[in-house]
Design a binder for this molecule. Structure first.
Ligand SMILES: Nc1nc2c(ncn2[C@@H]2O[C@H](COP(=O)(O)OP(=O)(O)O)[C@@H](O)[C@H]2O)c(=O)[nH]1
Ligand SMILES: [Mg+2]
Length: 239
């Protein structure tokens, strides 16, 4: 049985963090795997850090990683990945928009893939977010071919070794695209499974503001160029 690191990025999640970690912990204890849970406090202005330190007193195999100032969704995930020590890494947001017990659906697919992404068959976000996602997934597919159905789904599982071969520069919303495209172009297999998506009940989603979107598209163009250059260099060095 492979071992598992579970990363939860958190930005101003004082209303969700404790119950999110308790839910993940309850599921992880049933998996029969060697596991660790890592909550990443991404420069929150609220009590997320304090709550994380309190959780360290009572949640088994739990660790808080925190940094200031806020780095962004990608930056928080990368901090969690860097702290992870197990063979597999799963990530799920601290706002409880996924049912972590469905991790078993992702684990089941590891025999056919190196990265298993959830996809939000029934996405519980505003219409504008769905429209943005459609546009984003279409542009990414044009630039990198098919990666998976729902590129930015925040519930994924992958083999940690991939991080040794794929360098992720973005600290923003581009992280999933960089990771998936970088992994696919190095021959790693990607698959996806439908997962339940829950509405955000408390706290504020900031994933859709215009600044984030414009930055992501600019980063996308830069990444396309960088990936081609990296692959050429790897070819030249016979890797
Ligand atoms: N938006 C945002 N979320 C962050 C950041 N750092 C960590 N997160 C966490 O990343 C997860 C996803 O963010 P969210 O805004 O809910 O994005 P959405 O669900 O795609 O709308 C949440 O658990 C956030 O707390 C950040 O700088 N910005
Ligand atoms: Mg969310």
């Amino acid at each position: 049985m492979l071992s598992l690191s579970i990363v939860l990025p958190a930005y101003n999640e004082e209303a969700n963090a404790a119950s999110a970690v308790e839910q993940v912990s309850a599921v992880a204890q049933q998996l029969g795997m060697d596991y660790e849970i890592i909550l990443v406090n991404d420069g929150s202005a609220d009590r997320t850090g304090e709550i994380g330190r309190e959780l360290e007193q009572r949640i088994p195999n739990f660790r808080l990683v925190e940094h200031y100032p806020n780095r962004g969704y990608g930056g928080s995930l990368k901090a969690g990945f860097a702290a992870a020590s197990k063979e597999l890494i799963a990530f799920t947001p601290a706002d409880k928009q996924f049912d972590f017990s469905e991790i078993t659906l992702l684990l089941e697919r590891l025999d056919e893939a190196d990265i298993v992404s959830g996809y939000r068959a029934d996405r519980q976000d505003a219409f504008i977010r769905k429209l943005n996602a459609l546009g984003w997934n279409t542009v990414v597919r044009l630039l990198f071919g098919r990666l998976c159905r729902d590129i930015d789904c925040g519930f994924k599982l992958f083999r940690r070794e991939i991080l040794e071969h794929v360098n992720i520069a973005s600290d923003g919303a581009m992280i999933d695209t960089e990771f998936l495209a970088g992994a696919k172009s190095r021959g790693y297999r990607i698959t996806d499974v439908p997962v339940t998506h829950l509405p955000r009940v408390t706290g504020e989603a900031t994933g859709a503001n215009l600044k984030v979107i414009v930055k992501a598209f600019r980063d996308l163009a830069r990444f396309r160029l960088r990936l081609s250059r990296e692959l050429r260099e790897e070819m030249d060095n016979g890797r």
